[in-house]
Write a protein that binds this ligand. Structure first.
Ligand code: TMP
Length: 162
């Protein structure tokens, strides 16, 4: 933040891959693969989704990414490494605030020098965040499943992290 109303940003060419990282089973992992909601995953699961509204953002593999020319192996190795590092940092950050980082979605872009950088937001819209003690959902699932207290949940996250 340069000031209260200004933010310094980098222009990137967005890579059309949505990267999801999961620590606890929820959402489409439960729906598609039969995991039990709340089940802790032994190791984080990283998934890739094609960023395409027309095609409904399908789950796809690295081979699809290469075939579509969206990124190469070198790029994807960096993206996966960065995702797992972000997961470590973010998970530790949230747990100190009494919040479990269940899963989240990231996007990456390339800057003018060809460097891959994290792009887009990280927020309760793009993460699943549960209270550590009660497992209360403090994220967009309150809106998705009409659970009420959407604004209160987002404020709770804000109050815990500022
Ligand atoms: P999912 O369980 O519905 O696949 O979502 C996994 C994570 O990705 C969850 O934290 C919400 C986030 N997400 C987005 O940010 N945008 C999306 O369009 C979708 C489908 C999920």
């Amino acid at each position: 933040m340069v000031s209260d109303t200004e933010m310094l940003v980098n222009k990137v060419n967005i890579i059309k891959v949505e990267v999801v990282c999961r620590n606890i089973a929820a959402g489409s992992l439960v729906k598609k693969f039969g995991f039990t909601e709340g089940e802790k995953l032994g190791t984080p699961i990283v998934e890739y989704y094609l960023k395409s509204d027309e095609l409904g953002d399908p789950l796809f593999t690295e081979d699809h990414i290469f075939a579509l020319g969206l990124a190469n192996k070198y790029d994807m190795d960096i993206i996966k490494k960065m995702t797992l590092r972000i997961n470590d940092l973010l998970g530790k950050f949230f747990i100190e605030k009494g919040i479990k980082l269940v899963d989240f979605k990231l996007e990456f872009g390339k800057d003018k020098n060809g460097n891959i950088i994290l792009a887009d937001e990280i927020s309760p819209d793009t993460c699943r965040l549960w209270d550590s003690e009660t497992n209360k959902k403090l994220d967009k699932d309150r809106f998705r499943f009409d659970l009420g207290e959407v604004e209160e949940a987002y404020l709770e996250i804000k109050n815990r992290i500022v």
